[in-house]
Design a protein around this ligand. Structure first.
Ligand code: TMP
Length: 218
């Protein structure tokens, strides 16, 4: 079965850029790739994304929020991830279930057992083969995310309205998940150039490549 790799981190950590660079690298080596994101990926998932991220929906309760993320995940897993792997494609997913544990569990304070229960319902507790967590300071995350929303004009501002304390809790959650599952979740220092991070990503995925070797790397 081709690998399923998720990318995680605070908003603005640079994961979307790294997903794209890795997808380009793999495609150039004739490896077929499905690039997906959560929430999103399917028409239903993209509608749920609009609903979840819109700054108009500030009244969303934490449990409603969690259920909506899992509704999008259910669509993504069964309509995209599993079929893509069955077709022989590597799956690169911009966020997956760890985001729910970090944001809704640690960030919003929902009981983590709720997240685990939904995980079992949706995916039978199945996890990515590898998760790359790009770690940055919460203050930097907020600056970058606000700047991006201003530049793109997208109405994806609901999370950027959160306090710095919220992002500290989310980061702490991600680091706890990584400490609990060091074999699956690898932490990358996000305070580096795009190219440096890309080289580290290539080093981490090298064992999954046919032949286990990244070009130009010893
Ligand atoms: P993105 O901008 O990285 O695509 O992520 C969208 C936002 O949704 C981001 O603020 C993190 C948040 N999120 C959650 O709170 N829980 C989840 O399960 C997922 C997938 C994302």
């Amino acid at each position: 079965m081709p690998p399923f790799i998720s990318f995680e981190g605070l908003d603005g950590c640079g994961k979307t850029t790294q997903v794209k660079l890795l997808a380009d690298y793999l495609t150039q080596r004739d490896i077929r790739v499905a690039v997906l994101r959560e929430p999103g990926g399917t028409p239903v998932g993209e509608s749920i994304r609009t609903l979840l991220l819109s700054s108009r929906n500030r009244g969303l309760l934490p449990l409603s929020e969690l259920l909506l993320y899992y509704a999008a995940r259910n669509q993504n897993l069964h309509r995209q991830i599993i079929p893509a792997q069955a077709e022989g494609k590597w799956v690169l997913c911009d966020r997956f279930a760890d985001a729910s544990a970090a944001y809704q569990g640690f960030g919003r304070g929902l009981d983590l057992s709720l997240v685990e229960t939904l995980d079992r319902m949706v995916s039978g507790g199945r996890k990515p083969d590898l998760t790359l967590l790009i770690d940055i300071e919460p203050a930097l995350s907020l600056d970058r995310a606000r700047d991006r929303n201003r530049r793109t004009g997208l109405d994806e501002g609901r999370f950027e309205a959160e306090s710095l304390a919220f992002f500290h809790r989310v980061r702490e959650g991600y680091l706890q998940i990584a400490a609990r599952e060091p074999g699956r979740v690898r932490v990358l220092n996000g305070n580096r150039t795009i190219e440096e991070l890309h080289r580290e990503v290539l080093g981490l995925i090298s064992t999954l490549l046919p032949g286990g070797q990244v070009d130009g790397m010893e």
